[in-house]
Design a protein around this ligand. Structure first.
Ligand code: SAJ
Length: 429
């Protein structure tokens, strides 16, 4: 009697979702292949080298040696029984969903799919994607979903760098095109994850769940970003207010204002729902507004910089300004959709004598050390890397810093002001 562990697994896409998943599947005793179109990623994975800056993942990859094999050859799918798609689902410049990687993955699977296979999509997609786009491509194989193979969605949940919640212990949801597909996906994920795997009634509900999770975060960030703009007029410290509100042990979930919302989840996923709903006759005015507010924060950071420079009788033009941080969130080297790029672009346009420093991203940095970065009249912090939280403010003062724009409200404003340096935060003076 064949058991689940006799199945061979293939993870399509070895990025920040697929590689941790492949390692987790290997750790649970499965034979697992990783298919990726990027030969460098495949070669590094087979050499036991994690292609992303993630120490924990590097350890898990080393432990997967002998169980995980990476390849650029899609024919490996012929040998696999459970195929999990973890490819990017970005948006085009007009914010419409870009499903080209989903389509190409489905085309590759259709060439090798066989009776009894379970296909799971983990990538974030809008409700209807699986039944309207993936399913027809897979059935070009001549096999029929439900009778010949199972098709389900288990939206990815991973937070790079989060040591508390990992792929091994994060609860998940699953939804299939049939009850059997839901059950099959539930059985597999229950075998690799030590957490609750919730069965949803259908695949559309599963697709909508992930979009709602991240859209919830986006609108909450937009709320505090708008508060920040308002409180800058009222001269109220919005961070203190949010922390005060968060002392309420129920019905309040703190989010914090900043220089913008980056990353390939929160800043992207809402557009999948906005566009899908628009196609079906509904306009999400509120979600659209939230996206506009969050997208306005890099410019607002520049406005705060100009206000601060006025206080020291300077203009942007010709002033030596250092942008601290390019990554979209602290202590990672991921810069996708980072608001830093918009801040940098606008400062360049305004004629700043610009330096850039990010310890995780030397390729975008114009100086190599924090010490060099502090040789400026103005610092604009956009990413709250731990190195920046420990800036020697006395050294900054003696290096000539006269103004600090705290784009993440993460610095000690009272200490900064006590040194005679002008401080401007986002919703914080
Ligand atoms: N941000 C704010 N204010 C906040 C929180 C975040 O401005 O209060 C900004 C961050 O600076 C960043 C962007 O939003 O630029 C996204 O931050 P994030 O903490 O949400 O980081 P992500 O993009 O890695 O989000 C992931 C998501 N996980 C998945 O999509 C599977 C998200 O659902 C998680 O809630 C988030 O991790 C997390 O909790 O850290």
């Amino acid at each position: 009697m064949e058991t689940l562990k006799d199945k061979t697994i293939c993870i399509i896409g070895l990025g920040y979702v697929g590689l941790p998943l492949a390692c987790q599947v290997a750790a649970k005793g499965y034979n697992v292949y990783g298919f990726d179109v990027n030969k460098e990623i495949v070669d590094k994975t087979n050499a036991g080298i994690c292609h992303m800056k993630d120490d924990e993942l590097q350890i898990k990859l080393s432990q997967a040696k002998g169980k995980l094999t990476a390849t650029t050859d899609a024919s490996i799918l012929k040998q696999c029984n459970i195929i999990i798609v973890c490819v990017p689902t970005p948006v085009y410049h007009n914010f419409s969903p870009n499903l080209e990687y989903i389509r190409s993955s489905a085309e590759a699977i259709a060439k090798h799919i066989k009776k009894g296979d379970l296909i799971v999509i983990e990538s974030t997609i809008y409700p209807g994607t699986i039944e309207e786009i993936v399913l027809p491509i897979l059935e070009k194989s001549g096999l029929n979903v439900g009778t010949d193979f199972h098709l389900a969605h288990c939206p990815e949940r991973i937070d790079p760098g989060n040591k508390r919640w990992t792929i091994a212990n994060l609860p998940r949801v699953v939804g299939g095109t049939t009850q059997e597909a839901t059950d099959a996906a539930h059985a597999f994920y229950s075998s690799i994850i030590d957490a609750s795997i919730t069965k949803l009634s259908c695949v559309k509900v599963a697709e909508a769940t992930k979009i709602v999770e991240n859209t919830f975060r986006d609108i909450n960030i937009a709320f505090v970003n708008e508060l920040a703009k308002s409180f800058d007029h009222l001269n109220i410290d919005v961070v203190e207010v949010i922390k005060g509100a968060a002392t309420k042990p129920f019905a309040f979930l703190p989010h914090f204002p900043g220089a913008g919302v980056g990353g390939h989840c929160i800043s992207i996923d809402p557009y999948y729902l906005i566009e899908r709903a628009k196609e079906n006759g509904f306009t999400h005015n509120f979600l659209v507004l939230a996206r506009e507010i969050n997208n306005s924060m890099p410019h607002y950071t520049i406005q705060r910089t100009i206000v601060g420079l006025n206080q020291i009788h300077k203009s942007v033009k010709g002033t030596k300004i250092t942008v601290l941080g390019v990554s979209y969130k602290p202590n990672v080297d991921d810069h996708r959709e980072s608001p830093s790029f918009k801040v940098i672009e606008e400062l360049k346009k305004l004629g700043a004598n610009l330096q850039i420093y990010d310890p995780y991203l030397p390729k975008f940095s114009t100086v190599r050390t924090l010490q060099e970065a502090l040789q400026a009249e103005c610092l604009v912090l956009v990413t709250a890397h731990k190195e920046f939280l420990q800036i020697d403010l006395e050294r900054a003062k003696s290096a000539g810093v006269k103004l600090i724009i705290d784009g993440r409200n993460c610095l000690d404003k009272n200490k900064i002001k006590s040194l005679g340096i002008v401080y401007k935060g986002i919703g914080r003076n």
